[in-house]
Unconditional design. Structure first.
Length: 81
């Protein structure tokens, strides 16, 4: 179990170390948080058209997805406690 806790702590640290998202990504990242299954290539193309690089989009997407996963994990832990 210790290895799992360490991995989760590493994920939390990585998310915390990610640069804050630009305001122009807010709607896209909301979509990642709330209904990631609806994200399309067009969403990414729109961000690229707004001047974001693929690396920026990837970094923010992964950070948002991990943060949401951790939020859900924490809520599940609260229910089970």
């Amino acid at each position: 179990m210790c290895a799992v806790s360490e991995a989760i702590d590493t994920l939390r640290a990585n998310v915390a170390a990610t640069s804050p998202p630009p305001a122009a990504m807010a709607e896209y990242l909301r979509k990642v948080h709330e209904c990631a299954y609806t994200v399309t290539d067009a969403d990414v193309a729109d961000l690229k058209a707004d001047g974001f690089t693929e690396d920026e989009i990837f970094e923010q997407t992964v950070a948002a997805a991990i943060a949401e996963g951790l939020r859900r994990l924490d809520k599940a832990g609260e229910v089970l406690a």
